[in-house]
Write a protein that binds this ligand. Sequence first.
Ligand SMILES: Cc1cc2nc3c(=O)[nH]c(=O)nc-3n(C[C@H](O)[C@H](O)[C@H](O)COP(=O)(O)OP(=O)(O)OC[C@H]3O[C@@H](n4cnc5c(N)ncnc54)[C@H](O)[C@@H]3O)c2cc1C
Length: 460
Amino acid sequence: MDYDVIIIGAGPGGIYAAYELMTRAPQLNVAVFEAGNTLDKRACPIDGKRIKTCIGCKNCSIMSGFGGAGAFSDGKYNITNDFGGNLFEYIGKDEAIRLMEYVDDINLSHGGEGARLYSTANTTLKKTCLQHKLQLLDASVRHLGTDRNLVVLTNLLAELDKQIDFHFLEPVQRLEVLDGAYRVGTKKGTYTCRTCVVSVGRSGSAWMEGVCHEVGIPTTSNRVDIGVRVELPAELFSHLTDELYESKIVYRTEKFEDRVRTFCMNPHGSVVSENTNGIVTVNGHSYENPELQTDYTNFALLVSKHFSEPFKDSNGYGESIARLSNMLGGGVIVQRFGDLIRGRRSTHERITESFVVPTLKAEPGDLSLVLPKRILDGIIEMIYALDKIAPGTANDDTLLYGVEVKFYNMHVELRPNLETSYEGLYVIGDGSGVTHSLSHASASGVFVARDIVARMGGRS
Ligand SMILES: Cc1cc2nc3c(=O)[nH]c(=O)nc-3n(C[C@H](O)[C@H](O)[C@H](O)COP(=O)(O)OP(=O)(O)OC[C@H]3O[C@@H](n4cnc5c(N)ncnc54)[C@H](O)[C@@H]3O)c2cc1C
């Protein structure tokens, strides 16, 4: 065997699996294969001046490399079972929270100290929400911030690098099941191991699907979330963001009884565009550095859609809607809320006259020509509901950017210990369809590392 354990992917899932193996069973010979670059060599060419939008690099530095997809995010680490994944369905709610707290401790001891922990416990905002048919989900949020997040990752890499064999810029192309072992193939060679942990995240979804198909691991379709990103003056949401930083609020629409929820709230942030396989969608960021902050807060309003029979391709549905918006707007479309409810498109003139200055250069247009009526009606209803707890949300000048789509990986069929039907082959993190957050993905890595240590020997 070349290695005892091979980990595929160096996102939070892979990093924390490696960290736990290194500390609990230092005698094990562990390698990590990562399609992207080491941390200090990850650089997105968009500089806002010469290169303004995504140029579709072969290896996307935002999604790939040490730290995975969230490396350049502002690192909102949510400790909760209410959102961010279904890890608790496999390992139990108490264990899931314990592991998220354990990872939080490691983050703090590796450069994260000083990061504020926000919590919904004891907040009166919960009651205010309920009074207006809104549900505030329970969570503790450690807001690391972009800069601190990178410090934590840098420190973790320095520590791991002493003991773990990292193979950067070496995407795994093949994964073969041998008799009691696994062989991974890259363009540089083949490597065997006794145990393999696959943690390839969202960017590795197509590859993961291929592997499951090839070796006969059953998968099922997941949901897709479709909606818009809302941008408004930061003061309007400051009572929520000052106390909770990010609030996950759910609304059940009166018309269709659909659930609409807030997602990824960025106080004093910027709206950004995102290119996934040539499809431009919208997202949001915020920085801890006051110089990079804006006067606006942005968040997504999303509706989940899950197709099963006969049409199964939830992601394909989301992609088609995003493509339609790209066709009409050449990229992201922006519309004033006032224009949307009056049934007219936004124009450059109306946007220029607006009190809200867009933080993303997007094409003024009409989102009602893009989003299905049911989804759009739900979003409009929710904006009016939010207006009751944050008056001004439904102002005419509130900006809506579209479309925002959250794609999820298919669910890989796994045992309660996150192992496939093949002994010693684990699938964790967002690539498994089980998690979709930094905290759940990291916790899943720690969990399988402990399972492996218990099986292979070491301090479990
Ligand atoms: C812009 C942005 C901001 C975000 N902000 C937050 C946030 O604030 N809070 C939060 O909870 N979540 C956030 N997320 C989501 C979060 O980043 C993910 O849920 C998390 O990173 C998932 O971890 P993972 O290890 O499962 O996968 P990933 O982080 O996606 O890592 C997978 C790694 O595997 C590598 N890989 C893929 N295929 C292969 C292959 N064949 N061979 C070798 N390597 C491969 C990839 O290059 C990647 O580095 C954000 C995501 C994005 C894109």
